[in-house]
Design a protein around this ligand. Structure first.
Ligand code: NI
Length: 309
């Protein structure tokens, strides 16, 4: 009976002793390893580097090296020099300004460093005042063609002076200057106009008849058929598209032929050797009785107009 009791006790106690024997071993393992909580707390600053947020931003790719740009050189202003010994011709345009065709003619002149003289009708100026400013900027000359294209040759001196004074107001409003040249409409003059208008009264000596044909080819063919244009004043009108088209061909052609494009005042100074005088008439007979001078004059460069751009 005692032996059975002892065996029973052994069976009950043995598992308890075995469990006691395992505990120290488990406890040792825990003590050997690093504490879990401490481990994560200590290592956090090391594994979250400062650059981490940046990694999500777009990566900047450095631009490829570029060719150094050529420094932009300011364009030298074109200086027009007139050689009095060389052929020259004065293109003149009446009846403008025209808001389209005057500027088209100026485009051609500007592209070719050419100039011309524009005899303008004052009542047209409010339609294209900027064209007059541009003419002066390009070195062109502006003359009066009366206030409203009346036949001045049929007016009294008082009426002529009143017409021209009214016209001057429009010229001055646009450019600050009153013209000293006058081309009478229709070329019509009387004694009062020729001798007492206070202007240099001037006509032309080559009529392209552009107003009649209103055809660019006809005007071009006519001008190109003329033997010698040296010292001449050509009459055209800035109010026709056909004239603007003809000018686009004739200006480079004239330059190719060796002509210098000059204003009327320049033609008189460099070719005829005189300064245009007030109360003088320079008509058809002037050109048939005068030729190239041996003593050309030199004009000061025309005043440029200050414009607010
Ligand atoms: Ni006219």
């Amino acid at each position: 009976m005692n032996r059975i009791l002892a065996l029973a006790l052994a069976v009950v106690l043995l598992p308890a002793c075995m469990g006691c024997a395992q505990r120290p071993a488990q406890s040792d393992r825990e003590n050997d390893g690093p504490p879990q909580a401490d481990s994560s707390a200590l290592s956090t600053p090391d594994i979250t580097p400062d650059i981490a947020p940046d990694a999500q931003e777009p990566v900047e790719v450095p631009a490829p090296p570029q060719e150094p740009e050529e420094p932009v050189q300011p364009e030298e202003p074109y200086v027009r020099v007139i050689d009095p010994s060389q052929p020259m011709v004065a293109l003149t345009f009446d009846d403008g300004p025209h808001p389209v065709w005057s500027n088209a003619i100026l485009d051609t002149l500007e592209a070719n460093h050419g100039v011309a003289t524009f005899f303008e009708v004052a009542v047209n100026i409010p339609d294209a005042p900027d064209a007059l400013v541009r003419m002066l900027e390009l070195g062109c000359e502006i003359g009066s063609h009366s206030n409203a294209h009346r036949d001045l040759g049929k007016l009294s001196l008082d009426e002529i002076l009143q017409d021209l004074a009214t016209a001057d107001e429009a010229f001055i409003a646009a450019t600050g200057q009153a013209p000293t040249l006058l081309r009478p409409p229709y070329g019509s003059v009387n004694k009062a106009l020729k001798t007492a208008s206070g202007r240099s009264v001037i006509t032309w000596d080559v009529d392209t008849m552009d107003w009649d044909s209103q055809d660019a080819e006809t005007v071009i063919d006519y001008v190109q058929s003329l033997e010698d244009l040296d010292g001449h004043i050509l009459l055209m009108h800035s109010t026709y598209e056909s004239t603007a088209q003809a000018v686009e061909v004739l200006v480079p052609w004239l330059l190719d032929q060796g002509y210098q494009l000059v204003t009327v005042s320049e033609l008189f100074a460099y070719y005829y050797g005189e300064l245009l005088q007030p109360d003088q008439f320079y008509g058809y007979t002037y050109f048939t009785t005068h030729g190239r001078t041996d003593t050309p004059l030199e004009l000061e460069p025309a005043e440029t107009v200050e414009t607010a751009k």
